[in-house]
Design a binder for this molecule. Sequence first.
Ligand SMILES: Cc1ncc(COP(=O)(O)O)c(C=O)c1O
Length: 379
Amino acid sequence: MSKIEPFAETIFVTRPVFPNIEEVTEKLRDIWESKWLTNNGPQHHMLERELESFLKVPYLSLFNNGTIALMVAIQSLRLQGEVITTPFTFAATPHVLSWNNIQPIFCDIDEETMNIDANKIESMITPHTTAILAVHVFGTPCNVEKIQQVADAYGLKVVYDAAHAFGVEIDGNGIGNFGDISMFSFHATKVYHTLEGGALVHKNKNLKQRIDLLKNFGIKNEDEVVMPGINGKLDEVRAAIGRIMLNYVEEEQYKRRQLHKIYDEELGNVDGIKLMPKCPENVKSNYQYYVIRIDEKVFGKSRDYVYDELRKYNVYPRKYFHPLCNEYTCYRQLNSSSVENLPVANVIGQQVLSLPMYGELAADDVRKICAIIRLVASK
Ligand SMILES: Cc1ncc(COP(=O)(O)O)c(C=O)c1O
């Protein structure tokens, strides 16, 4: 194909799943009748139980977004000093550490999974280290066994930022069961959402009580405020929408899975393009994102060039995650931010491109996006 016309309508990297408006209206009517809008209402309670079952986890606490949830996770475990994390993530991950007066220590990432390199964590531990904050990037599970081994050997807590990993399972075990606490984001762009929202998943009742106090200003009852909490509550409207959205996840994942296959087929033989990492057989993937890596030396064009070219065709991919967190002005002075400490992350940060991925995206549009990428290589 030598000439390809730009898309008539912009193709964004993702598009939220919209529930049926009648279903929403019906639920809104229930809420109006209940006269309960927020503060642990019936929708909130039911969604917590439904999500515990869906995610196969013992205890779950809902939040108004994933970032506040993660801030509370750090508070609830009383972490301080230094926490080892990845530079290849969304800004919220290191920022929640800073908001808790903790220094993020960046550890390099694994070449294949793009997650924190579990084999390098040990070398980053100092007497000030209190935890590991790892991210299941693009829904690919971290090396959870190795991370737990290191944590146990040094008495560290493990917190997972599972913002991308809704519904992912390892050997039938919900991804939220690993580590001390996992955070899920229910932001509108995620495969499952509550418009904005999030959750913490944890293994014991005492921790749930502490987390639930922390997300409600530390208010225990009318006479007692027992800790400096924050407002992390999810309201009834969003909880109700979350209950509806649970019925949409599997179909959305199925549709995305078909699109993953097309990207794999269409880009699999293009020299210089590395496809989205494949999860091992024992992992149930959620197909949330489709991310490629472009090796400029082999492909002949840089990631940034492909990004610019796609925009000329009205396709808006994203450079997730660029810039790396260690490149932010607020973190670049840290010792762990040096290029020498993060050789793999520095290469991958220049190569990744997140391609359009959402259930409503047409198969032919995916084929056309791939044809544009191949055309760019041949120009
Ligand atoms: C890896 C990661 N962590 C944290 C967050 C923050 O979640 P939220 O937007 O729900 O606050 C996101 C958001 O998209 C994310 O991608």
